[in-house]
Design a protein around this ligand. Structure first.
Ligand code: XIL
Length: 464
């Protein structure tokens, strides 16, 4: 990889491609405009994911996996990656059930949210009895081991779960982990970053939905402090377990936006709403709309598939009934997703969708595809990579990258760019030979100064 080159916009003249129109084959990496007929398709229209919790014990149930596979593209292990499941005896790690879920997800082209590395609850017995430095070290070792084991397979980790107290204090929850010192949370985040630098690292909690609640403020202040001091945190998860005593707050959008404004992604991580019929449907709609209104709300996960799969089954809190039928809540969620929202980049594909094999490798008119993938993000800019893949033997290629005003491409690497007069369309050509055999690929990259617009660039490829 060469060093990024800085561009002064407009300096380079627009260049007309020398490729005959008849040889052009174009692949657009933009989502189809048609309304999505599943939750994952509808969420993808605005660049978001729609996920569910999965229990390994239910993977043999065909109705369950059928719905899960059809509707969801982000998977959380409901219990199988927790501390008691992954380290039942000190220093002895057990990943078999976690692996069953990760393997199922990856085989079906889905991403995985990791849940959860450090938590006061669902600790193995041996850990519950530890304290002080011994517990701190055991916790850090657990974070390191588990995050290392799953490195490269996790979109985001709930590094720390539920560390704040309920009620009006806005303070940390008392727990054996908290008693090891107030810095236990940041220590966990640093260990997780070192173990898996590409996973997004989240703090996850419940009862943090209402902006005026002390607990929400407590978590907000911690995240603000972490960002100010450079503690590695990328996202905040809102569990969103609602019922009549704890309804969806009317200021939910405000809460999500205020957290996002700290420079973190926000996600709804364990959504379930007790109730039925139109009242339940309306509350679900409110949650989806709150997420869609916040560009850094990157996805929603419901905490189970059918009502009967729920940890709160008696409250019928999910989107499918016990027989797997879609409930009114399902329809309201689907419609709200299809109504759209602020566009946001989709998550880093840790498990990219396989490219279909060409039917005539090496033959036919020269063609290629261009696929965009998201790179690192900062407050003011993000990196992107375009992978050019030859679907036949080609002697050269050119690719366009279109950004949306007020975005600007400020650097590129691994290619020779030219620009149209607007400066929004970059045509990238290979810096050396562009020859590729069928099935081979190459890539180039660039940095976009986003100026508040996080929309992904659209990309095309043309071959000769
Ligand atoms: C729940 C599971 O759904 C149950 O099966 C288990 O018995 C207890 O934990 N907050 C969380 C989740 O972060 O891990 C919890 O999951 C629900 C509350």
């Amino acid at each position: 990889m060469t060093t990024p080159r800085l561009h002064r916009r407009g300096r380079l003249a627009a260049a007309v491609g020398g490729l005959a129109a008849a040889t052009l084959a174009v692949a657009l990496a933009v989502p189809a405009a048609a309304a999505g007929s599943t939750l994952q398709a509808a969420a993808a229209e605005s660049g978001r994911y729609f996920g569910t919790a999965i229990a390994a014990s239910r993977l043999s149930d065909g109705t369950y996996t059928g719905i899960a596979n059809r509707e969801f593209n982000m998977i959380t292990a409901e219990n199988e990656m927790k501390m008691d499941a992954t380290e039942p005896n000190r220093g002895q790690f057990s990943y078999s059930n976690g692996d069953r879920i990760v393997n199922w997800a990856r085989q079906n082209g889905k991403q995985v949210r990791g849940h959860a590395l450090a938590w006061h609850s669902q600790q193995p017995g041996w850990m519950q009895n530890l304290s002080g430095t011994d517990l701190r070290n055991a916790m850090l070792n657990h974070v390191t081991q588990v995050a290392t084991y799953y490195r490269g397979k996790i979109y985001a980790w709930d590094v720390v779960n539920e560390a704040y107290a309920d009620g009006s204090s806005g303070a940390r929850r008392d727990s054996n982990l908290q008693r090891t010192g107030n810095d236990w949370i940041e220590a966990a985040f640093r260990a997780a970053r070192a173990a898996d630098p590409n996973a997004k690292l989240c703090y996850n909690d419940y009862n943090t939905d209402n902006w005026s609640h002390a607990k929400t403020q407590g978590v907000y202040n911690m995240v603000k402090d972490f960002k100010a001091r450079g503690v590695p945190i990328d996202c905040v998860g809102f569990q969103a377990h609602f019922n009549s005593g704890n309804p969806v707050p009317s200021n939910y959008h405000t809460t999500l936006q205020n957290f996002a404004d700290l420079g973190v992604d926000v996600q709804i991580t364990e959504l379930d709403i007790e109730g039925s019929g139109s009242s339940q449907a309306q509350q679900y709609q409110g949650v989806v709309q709150a997420c869609l209104a916040v560009s850094r709300c990157t996805g929603i996960t419901v905490w189970g598939v059918r009502d009967t799969d729920s940890w709160r089954a008696s409250g019928t809190p999910l989107l499918f009934d016990g027989s797997g039928n879609k409930k009114a809540a399902y329809t309201s969620v689907l419609n709200a997703l299809n109504a759209g929202g602020t566009t946001t980049p989709t998550p880093n594909p840790t498990n990219p969708t396989p490219t279909p094999t060409p039917t005539n490798p090496g033959g036919g008119s020269p063609s290629c595809t261009a696929t965009y993938s998201e790179g690192q993000k900062w407050g003011d800019r993000f990196n992107g990579t375009v992978t050019i893949r030859a679907t036949t033997n080609i002697s050269s290629w050119q690719s366009t990258v279109t950004v949306r005003s007020p975005q600007k491409i400020i650097a590129t690497w691994n290619g020779s760019p030219t620009w149209d007069s607007s400066g929004n369309v970059m045509t990238m050509r290979p810096s050396g030979s562009g020859a590729l055999a069928a099935g081979q690929s190459t890539s180039f990259g660039f940095t976009v100064q986003h100026n508040g617009n996080w929309t992904w660039p659209s990309v095309t490829c043309a071959a000769s």
